[in-house]
Design a protein. Structure first.
Length: 441
């Protein structure tokens, strides 16, 4: 089962060949692309239809645009882009709040990386374990209903993947919209969910539709629902009781989106402590589905790893390869405390690092490059750090990772968790300082 709704990308800038090319590349990478000629039009589109990511021409006033988004409590990541933009303008855009700078004419790998930075990966449920099968059977039995679903399980076990699969099976025509309840401030989260009217707060200069309205006939997924504030819990309960999804003074509207929520917390305990509304839990938890941790379904580890390996090979334009016997042994022996998310990241690194006909055990490494099967270090030699600056350690880490990736800039930046642009800028400073750098592939 695969998720339907693509990433919604909004390109902002005067029409031109470079923007058309960027739009085509983004569509090729699986995004739904909308175009706005200016920041003012972009704001109108975001108020009505929302979006997952914005790329705006640096020729626009990026700082004012981002300030307006913040003023209206519109939470969307922004990338600045431009043709031969002066370095000071790119830096100013990032300081104003842009997540990154993407040069134009665009490169396919940079466009894909921008989309992947906000995309939810692993949108397929893989495995035949009976415990997972029971959870899927219950979810599918309820998929076509409007009843809320509460999906519980450890962090990283695939709760959002499960929710997307249930949305796909539901046949609902609208979008799947995920809201992170834990990492967004209460004020912004309230506007994200319910929207607001003109004058609701000092920056509210126009009416904005909330995600509950945007997902009309779709699904709203509340990630880490235990983090909702008491005020938002009360408003969500009102919406679930069939009353209204935004301020009742203007055009009260019944909730049409299907609500799913996930948590790794014990909500019953939080209710007992007065931290979560019992009535809201009763509504959300009409159907509770427990997604088992990966260690409880050992037979699914290798099939899931191979699925991830094939997908990342396609995404990185490298041959799809099976896992070698030693690599399979490492995967099966590990207890996967980070669950599916840890497995996915481990396989991603393996695909980027591997150079053998099959994925070798040497490519199955942790985030710091240590073998997955290596015993954790118990003693840290702090003397080795004496006399080293942070810049020295950062440089050594980048160069070591680049060497391990045989000069592949994209692979190394992915492993390090930095953008390709940042990697290239760092390497440029190293080269200018006379430091040897592995040649690019």
């Amino acid at each position: 089962m695969h998720a339907t709704g693509p990433i919604h990308l909004l390109l902002v800038g005067a029409p031109g060949s470079e923007f058309r090319l960027a739009a085509a590349m983004a569509r090729d990478a699986g995004a739904h692309v909308a175009l706005a000629d200016c920041a003012k039009t972009a704001l109108l589109m975001l108020r009505d239809d929302g979006g997952d990511i914005v790329m705006i021409d640096i020729a626009e006033d990026v700082g004012s645009f981002i300030a307006q988004l913040r003023s209206e409590r519109i939470a969307v990541p922004v990338l600045a882009c431009g043709i031969d933009a002066p370095a000071d303008r790119a830096v100013a855009a990032i300081r104003a709040g842009a997540r990154d700078y993407v040069p134009l004419p665009p490169q396919a790998d940079l466009i894909a990386a921008a989309i992947l930075s906000v995309a939810q990966h692993g949108t397929r449920m893989v495995g035949e374990d009976p415990a997972l099968g029971r959870a899927l059977a219950l979810g599918l039995a309820m998929a076509h209903s409007n009843a809320p679903l509460l999906i519980v399980g450890e962090a990283g076990c695939g709760k959002e993947i499960f929710a997307r699969a249930m949305h796909d099976a539901s046949g609902r025509r609208g979008r799947f919209v995920a809201i992170d309840c834990a990492s967004t401030s209460t004020d912004i989260l309230e506007s994200e969910l319910f929207g607001h009217e003109v004058g609701a707060f000092p920056g509210a200069i126009a009416r904005r539709r909330g995600r509950l309205e945007e997902a009309y006939d779709g699904t709203v997924f509340l990630r880490d629902v235990e983090a909702l504030s008491p005020a938002i819990q009360a408003r969500m309960l009102t919406a679930l009781q069939g009353q209204h999804v935004h301020h009742p003074i203007v055009e009260p509207s019944a909730l049409r989106a299907r609500i799913m929520a996930s948590t790794a917390a014990d909500l019953d305990l939080r209710v007992a402590k007065g931290l979560f509304q019992g009535n809201l839990l009763a509504r959300l938890g009409l159907v509770r589905i427990a997604v088992p941790p990966l260690r409880a379904r050992p037979g699914d580890i290798v099939p899931m790893a191979q699925y991830f390996a094939d997908r990342f090979a396609l995404a990185n334009d490298v041959p799809a390869r099976p896992f070698g016997e030693e690599a399979i042994g490492l995967l099966q022996k590990h207890d996967w405390p980070g669950n599916v998310r840890e497995l996915e990241d481990t396989v991603h690194r393996a695909v980027l690092l591997n150079r053998d006909p099959s994925i070798a055990a040497s490519a199955i490494v942790t985030i710091d490059g240590a073998s997955l099967g290596a015993a954790p270090a118990t003693v840290i030699d702090r003397n080795g750090f004496v006399g080293c600056t942070v810049e020295d350690m950062e440089r050594d880490l980048i160069l070591h990772t680049l060497h391990h990736c045989r000069g592949n800039r994209t692979s190394a930046s992915t492993i390090l968790g930095i953008s390709v642009r940042t990697m290239r800028n760092k390497l440029k400073t190293f080269i200018e300082a006379g430091i040897p750098v592995s040649p690019a592939l």
